[in-house]
Design a protein. Structure first.
Length: 262
């Protein structure tokens, strides 16, 4: 029997709120490599475990430090990375309640979170998984309201990911105090604007390092004061030097479940 979708859910599109969708699977006989770098994003993760016999749906909050792990028993996974500032209205919980945490969706949504997992396990294709996710999120958005702080945070995100690097200047351009901006940003994005700016620099450096090994130039292009500043941030945020991180990435086999900028 086909599922019944009301008009609001049937016209709902995840593209307004989601900036990246990834489907990954490990190399046969190996664990799924998980790599989450700080990027100021919250991600919904659906995992199929033990060849479809069971699964789970979790929410990975924004990270202040990198997380590396091997996930055993995972047959495949689908990840929806939300645009900064949208996870609160969509999930119904403040983003900073999820910071550095991986939380079962059922703990946030209650029984409907568990029901969604069963619904996704019954899907026959990735488009069907996304359709069912869209339907579930559409229904949730009707039960929550979007605070003004979320809209303010998204405007600040655009400036910090553009050409503005100083939080005080961002607050000034938005017509609010730096304190007000920090409070709104932390609630809606999950980390403070300064930490978000650090994650922006880190992601820029990682992308540039994929095609260059001139670390002085990479540091300058990514917005660091100098190469020493870049190395210090890598050590603190990733736990590795830039060179060690790239060596690890090059040696990593199979598909990775990664959290990064698009």
């Amino acid at each position: 029997m086909p599922r019944t979708m009301d008009a609001a859910a049937s016209t709902f599109s995840l593209s307004r709120f989601v900036e990246e969708v990834r489907a990954v699977a490990p190399v046969a006989g190996r664990a799924l490599d998980v790599e989450w770098l700080p990027n100021g994003r919250t991600t919904l993760v659906f995992r199929v475990i033990e060849e479809g016999r069971r699964g789970d749906v979790t929410v990975a909050g924004p990270r202040t430090r990198a997380l590396f792990k091997n996930a055993t028993g995972v047959a495949r996974a689908v990840m929806l990375q939300f645009k900064p500032g949208w996870s609160g209205p969509l999930l119904g919980v403040a983003a900073n309640a999820l910071t550095d945490r991986i939380v079962p969706l059922e703990d946030i949504w209650g029984r409907s979170g568990g029901d969604l997992c069963l619904d996704l396990l019954a899907a026959r294709s990735l488009p069907e998984v996304l359709d069912r996710l869209s339907h579930a999120v559409a229904l949730r958005t009707r039960q929550t309201s979007e605070p003004a702080s979320a809209r303010l945070a998204r405007r600040a995100v655009r400036l910090l990911e553009g050409d503005e690097v100083r939080v005080e200047r961002v607050a000034e351009r938005l017509g609010v105090t730096a304190r007000h901006l920090r409070r709104a940003f932390t609630e809606s994005v999950g980390i403070g604007p300064k930490d978000f700016a650090r994650s922006v620099r880190l992601q820029r450096a990682v992308r540039r390092a994929a095609s260059s090994k001139d670390w002085a130039r990479i540091a300058a292009d990514a917005g660091y004061y100098d190469q020493a500043h870049l190395i210090a941030d890598f050590r603190e945020l990733v736990g590795l030097t830039p060179g060690a991180f790239l060596k690890r990435a090059g040696a990593r086999g199979g598909e990775a479940m990664a959290g990064g900028a698009p």
